[in-house]
Design a protein around this ligand. Structure first.
Ligand code: XMP
Length: 505
């Protein structure tokens, strides 16, 4: 898949991953590389140089081997930093602007050109830069200016372009048209089709494993389910291990087992609930709770996977990218788990298989759908590794787990029945371990409260509370208060992330 793809060179912009996404949305395979990896791109069909936080005028600013790049004789687009780098290396003058230009501007194409074909006479674009090209290189054509007449798009050669703005962000209203026009020049680019990709994965899994046994941990979530079904499709001998840590939702163990039976994957369930809950007894510190759960998982999993030949993990492309950059808490944790010493030792021996490592989540879903995995499984909300423990502040007890299991089951059922489940990123019922006074029948009650949390988000890095209708929340509250013993109050969490997080711990 690497040949005839679109290589994106990462100069560190916060939007770089988005460029890769946008290209894949147009049906072409795309991958991210560091500037020094240019030669490892093989024979790409086109190259995009991303934006970045540095100034090309600084000593030690990220650079690229321009002769090599031009020698590829393929279309090249420099975005922001990428444009400034091309301008400077081709003999133009780049200098700090008077102010940092950040936010919306207008693009007014100056001359007819293939990059801006089909664009409005004036389209909103999104800027985020402080340097500007004061003098374009000799022979460069100005393709477009902003509303103040400042050049924001240059053509340096027949298929060599630079734009000062970010076409990949949605605030650049016609950015997709520009990317599409650029991709149209990449005549060698091979369309990205998930079924072809699946075949390549199956072939590479077979080559890598050649008869050796593969072990994977599964949770019932999207990534590990797709991974296990892919191993089955590849026909390599494999074991799928599912650890019941005692912190799963109502009936989850039975449902995951049923799910895998339907998918034709043989599941080994390890019931370690007592071990986890005993280890958590008396612990109230959130980080210590996480560590206990993480360590117990590793102990249980590795004991079951003893003498593993090859370990398969459901690492996704954003995890790969983010492990190299800052990343979200979730990805750091996941990365951490996917990179513990034991795993690293296997890595060194080439015994770790990460077949989904080039895919984004929606592509993993498309792959799953292609292999016949039902919609409901592929569109399940994310569920954290430490399970209900992060929704149960303070000490975890069986009684508290029962309350949130029952409350959660009611909330999930009603979200689905009322058509809200697919509209939110994640939702759950968590415990507020504070007793308050209420009235039940004619008697005073003194019981815990629960919180409903439902958020919208794109990537879990930021989130907003879901604006669920009051009437619906009222119905859920009523159903939970009537259906779950041990609570007398239901609250709806209206915090955004930041400053709150999605989970309570
Ligand atoms: P927070 O609470 O950090 O959660 O806003 C962001 C996303 O990450 C999930 N999450 C985890 N996932 N292991 C995981 O696999 C963890 O330890 C963990 N902690 C949080 C959370 O459910 C949300 O989707």
């Amino acid at each position: 898949m690497d040949s005839q793809h679109i290589a994106v060179i990462d100069f560190g912009s916060q939007y770089t991953q988005l460029i890769v996404r946008r290209i894949r949305e147009q049906g072409y395979f795309s991958k991210l590389y560091q500037p020094h990896e240019l030669k490892e791109t093989g024979t790409p069909a086109a190259v995009i140089l991303s934006g970045g936080p540095r100034s090309v005028t600084e000593d030690g600013a990220p650079d690229i081997d321009l002769d090599y790049l031009l020698g590829l004789d393929i279309p090249v687009l420099g975005v922001c930093y990428g444009m400034q780098l091309l301008s400077k290396k081709l003999g133009g003058l780049v200098a700090p602007g008077n102010t940092r230009e950040y936010g919306p501007a207008q693009l007014i194409p100056s001359i007819d050109n293939c990059l801006f074909a089909g664009l409005s006479p004036s389209a909103q674009i999104w800027m985020s830069h402080s340097d500007t090209v004061k003098e374009p290189p000799a022979g460069a054509a100005v393709l477009g200016k902003n509303q103040d007449g400042v050049p924001v798009a240059l053509q340096f050669g027949p298929e060599l372009f630079g734009i000062q703005f970010h076409p990949e962000v949605s605030h650049s209203h016609e950015g997709t048209i520009i990317l599409r026009n650029f991709l149209a020049l990449a005549t060698d680019a091979k369309p990205f089709r998930i079924e072809d990709f699946k075949q390549e994965l199956v072939t590479s899994i077979r080559e890598k494993c050649h008869g050796r046994e593969v072990v994977c941990g599964v949770s019932g979530g999207v990534d590990s389910t797709v991974l296990a079904v892919l191993l089955k499709e590849a026909g390599v001998p494999h074991r799928a291990i599912f650890v019941n840590n005692g912190l799963l939702r109502l009936n989850e163990v039975a449902e995951v087992q049923k799910q895998f039976t339907q998918l034709g994957v043989n599941l080994e369930t390890i019931d370690a609930a007592d071990q986890f809950l005993n280890a958590l007894t008396g612990e109230t510190d959130p980080e210590k709770k996480r560590t206990i759960i993480g360590n117990n998982f590793l102990d249980v999993f590795w004991e079951a996977a003893a003498n593993v030949d090859i370990l398969a993990q459901g690492t996704l492309y954003p995890d790969v990218i983010e492990s190299a950059t800052s990343g979200s808490i979730a990805s750091k944790i996941k990365t951490h788990h996917n990179r513990v010493d034991r795993v690293m030792a296997l890595h060194k021996e080439g015994r770790v298989l990460e077949p989904l490592a080039e895919l984004f989540k929606d592509e993993v879903r498309a792959l799953g759908a292609n292999m016949g995995i039902p919609y409901d499984i592929l569109h399940r909300h994310p569920f954290p590794g430490p399970g209900l423990a992060v929704r149960c502040p303070g000490e975890v007890t069986e009684e508290k787990l029962r309350i949130i299991r029952e409350g959660d089951a009611i909330f999930m059922r009603m979200l689905k029945e009322h058509g809200h489940y697919d509209k939110v990123w994640q939702a759950y019922c968590g415990l507020i371990p504070v007793k308050t006074v209420g009235v039940k029948g004619d008697e005073r009650s003194y019981e815990f409260a629960v919180t409903l949390r439902a958020v919208t988000s794109e990537d879990a890095m930021t989130a907003d509370f879901a604006k669920l209708p009051w009437e619906f929340l009222g119905l859920v509250s009523n159903a939970i208060l009537n259906g779950v013993k041990g609570i007398n109050r239901v609250l709806y969490d209206i915090s955004t992330k930041p400053p709150a997080s999605i989970e309570w711990e």
